[in-house]
Each structure stands twice: as structure tokens, then as C-alpha cells.
Design a binder for this molecule. Structure first.
Ligand code: G1P
Length: 308
């Protein structure tokens, strides 16, 4: 049984979809209610038993390092105010026993290149890749669902979900054969095909558990037309040598790389948030009622909106 102790968080990308918010601060620090996207991603990794967090950062992303670092000033002020629970909250951002390591990706050469930047830190071990702008909700957390599958089958695993027709060109898309209800033996994978050429309706969500053999493929694959080295291309190359599984995860994906997905996450999380759910629920119902929806019915699109 192979354990997975390391996770790579590619966070070097320059975001254009959330400008101007992301001009000077990273998109991974956008909060859903009160927690930045990167922290949700880190919590999911820690819940899966990961203890070494490797962030592939770039210029303008230093605030991510600060977020996972100790803040003497903030803790000092909170202690002086007697807010012990808030001291514990900020201390829990990086639990004891978890290590954060940062490596720079100097040029935006794609997701595959970002993963390659972590090669020396990974060495000859399996590892996870977590894309923070895919906010995944699952019980257990999605990466914790994937690690036992990886260990059991001794194969790389990518998380997939069925997408709506027409959405192929925003995903890596797999082809393959179902082994059981949720596990698919991958026979092909293509990056962002046109809807007409997509081999299936199963798209890759931003979670991967990979064998270290992926690095030799990443070093070999040709950059795509836009000059980027795609992780999908390396997985495609890997298929010639070894088995790769796709796992239809149990849970919901919020594509927080888009404004719509980010808003959907915000609404759903607010409806469950201990501090605001009652007041927000009441406000939302009144708002939707005023807009002509049936009073007393859940707000359209406010719960369980994406595919599940
Ligand atoms: C990346 C991957 C793509 C995957 C997607 C999941 O694309 O290249 O294969 O389906 O993440 O979110 P991006 O969304 O970074 O363009």
C-alpha cells in the first residue's frame, strides 16, 4: 500500500478573469465567505493525510506564504483583546506537523511545467496535485476519497465529473471503460477538446494523485500551441507505460476560476455557514420572492447547483 504525503499546489498563474481584484493579489486568496480558496485546498489535502505542502508560486504571490506563516502581530493583538478563540483560529491555518515549502515558477509555462518545478522536492514518491480554484466539497473530502483508490490499485488517479454538453473545451477530457460505478480505466485523455471531438463527457476536476513516473513524461512532452506544458499531455504519454484511473468523486465542484462558479460557492457556503446561514437564508428567500419566485421554495440555483 502506497501512502501519499506530499501535495503540489500550483499557484503561480496570472488571473485575468477576476481583474481588477487579482491585479495585486493572487486569485487563490479570494475568500469564499471568510476563508481563501487556497486554505480550503490545503484543508482538503491535510484531511487526506498530506503533511508536506509544496506551493509552486510566482511573482506577486508572497501573500500566500504569509497566510501560512505565523503572524506574531495578529496573534499579539488578538491576545491583548482577549480573543483566544481567534488566536486558535489563526494558529490552526497551518497545523503542527504540516510543512509548507515554496518553489518559484519563473515563467507561466503551464500546469505541467508548474508540477515539473516541484520535481526535486517530490523525489521518487507519489504525490497529489490540487488546483485551488476548483473548490470541491465532499464527505469525506475528495482527495481523501482518492488516496485509498490510488493505494489500492497502485495507479495514478485523476478526479472526474460529468460535464454539461458544450463544456468540453474548459476541461481535460478522458476516454475509458468503467470498472465499477465510480472508477474508470482511462484509455485516453485530451486537453480542452472541442465539443465535437470530445471523447466523453467526463472532465478532469483539479485533483490528481500521481506516480512520480509522471516527471519523465513531463520532461519529454512537447509544449502545446500556446507554449504551455500541459499536465494532461504528460498523463496521455504515461498511458503508454502504465495504468491511470479516473474517479468520479462524490461531492460538488465549484469552478471558482469563473465568476459564476465563485458566486455559486459563495451562496452555497453562506447557506451552511454557522454564523450567517439563518440570516442569509431569510434574506435570499425574501430577495428571490421579491423577484417573482415561489415564496417558501429554495432559491433557484442556491443549493446543490452543479451536476449533483
Ligand atoms: C486545468 C487542466 C484541465 C482540468 C482543469 C480542472 O485547466 O489543464 O485539464 O480539467 O484544470 O479545473 P485550467 O482550468 O487551469 O485551464
Amino acid at each position: 500500500m502506497l501512502g501519499v504525503h506530499k501535495a503540489v499546489f500550483p499557484v503561480a498563474g496570472i488571473d485575468t478573469r477576476f481583474l481588477p481584484a487579482t491585479k495585486a493579489s493572487p486569485k487563490e486568496m479570494l475568500p469564499v465567505i471568510d476563508k481563501p480558496l487556497i486554505q480550503y485546498a490545503v484543508e482538503e489535502a491535510i484531511a487526506a493525510g498530506i503533511t508536506e505542502l509544496i506551493f509552486v508560486t510566482g511573482r506577486g504571490k508572497r501573500v500566500i506564504e504569509d497566510h501560512f506563516d505565523k503572524s506574531y502581530e495578529v496573534e499579539h493583538v488578538l491576545r491583548a483583546r482577549g480573543s483566544q478563540s481567534l488566536v486558535e483560529l489563526v494558529q490552526s491555518i497551518k497545523p503542527p506537523g504540516v510543512e509548507c515549502i515554496y518553489v518559484r515558477q519563473a515563467e507561466p509555462l503551464g500546469l505541467g511545467h508548474a508540477v515539473l518545478c516541484a520535481e526535486k522536492l517530490i523525489g521518487d514518491e507519489p504525490f497529489a496535485v490540487v488546483l485551488a480554484d476548483d473548490l470541491l466539497e465532499g464527505k469525506p473530502p475528495v482527495l481523501a476519497q482518492m488516496v485509498p483508490i490510488f493505494s489500492h490499485y497502485d495507479s495514478s488517479v485523476v478526479a472526474v465529473e460529468e460535464f454539461e454538453s458544450g463544456e468540453a473545451s474548459s476541461h481535460g477530457v478522458i476516454d475509458g471503460r468503467h470498472w465499477d460505478e465510480r472508477i474508470i480505466a482511462v484509455s485516453d485523455i485530451v486537453e480542452k477538446p472541442s465539443p465535437e471531438t470530445a471523447p466523453s463527457s467526463f472532465g478532469v476536476a483539479g485533483r490528481y494523485v500521481l506516480m512520480p513516473s509522471i516527471f519523465s513524461h513531463l520532461r519529454r512532452v512537447k509544449p502545446a500551441g500556446n507554449g504551455e506544458i500541459q499536465l494532461t499531455a504528460a498523463i496521455h504519454s504515461m498511458l503508454k507505460d502504465e495504468q491511470v484511473l479516473a474517479y468520479e468523486f462524490e461531492g460538488t465542484r465549484y469552478d471558482c476560476g469563473t465568476k459564476l462558479g465563485y458566486l455559486q460557492a459563495t451562496v452555497d457556503f453562506a447557506l451552511r455557514h454557522a454564523e450567517v446561514h439563518d440570516a442569509f437564508d431569510a434574506w435570499l428567500r425574501a430577495r428571490v420572492g421579491a423577484a417573482g419566485a415561489v415564496p417558501g421554495q429554495p432559491a433557484p440555483g442556491a443549493r446543490g447547483t452543479l451536476h449533483h
